[in-house]
Design a protein around this ligand. Structure first.
Ligand SMILES: [Zn+2]
Length: 107
């Protein structure tokens, strides 16, 4: 979803929840692409390392991994049920890969 559709400022009595809040609560993030219908679950704790603790929870952290769309990606947070432990497939980070390019000094 384009970022301009999200509220820019939170209501004074209800600040935006962040990834850090979700990680503290042990939440899962279900990220679904409504264009290609790919749905992936992430642990909020894992996304802390990728997006940072202050990332707002209502904004999807990245686009769809299958079709590349950011416009149709929706995010839902939830606490995993006890039955899901040991059964639910989630995406976990394996290693960080750095990509390098040649740039100009002062760029
Ligand atoms: Zn997609």
């Amino acid at each position: 979803m384009p970022e301009h559709l999200y509220p820019v400022r939170p209501h004074p009595s209800r600040p935006h929840r962040t990834l850090q809040d979700a990680a503290n609560d042990g939440m899962l993030l279900d990220i679904r692409c409504n264009r290609c219908h790919r749905q992936v679950a992430y642990l909020a704790l894992d996304l802390l390392k990728v997006c940072g603790p202050s990332h707002p929870l209502h904004v999807p952290p990245f686009g769809c991994g299958k079709c590349g769309s950011t416009e149709f990606v929706r995010l839902r947070t939830r606490i995993p049920s006890p039955e899901e432990y040991g059964r639910l497939a989630i995406r976990r980070p394996v290693k960080q890969v750095w990509k390098w390019r040649v740039g100009v000094l002062g760029e």
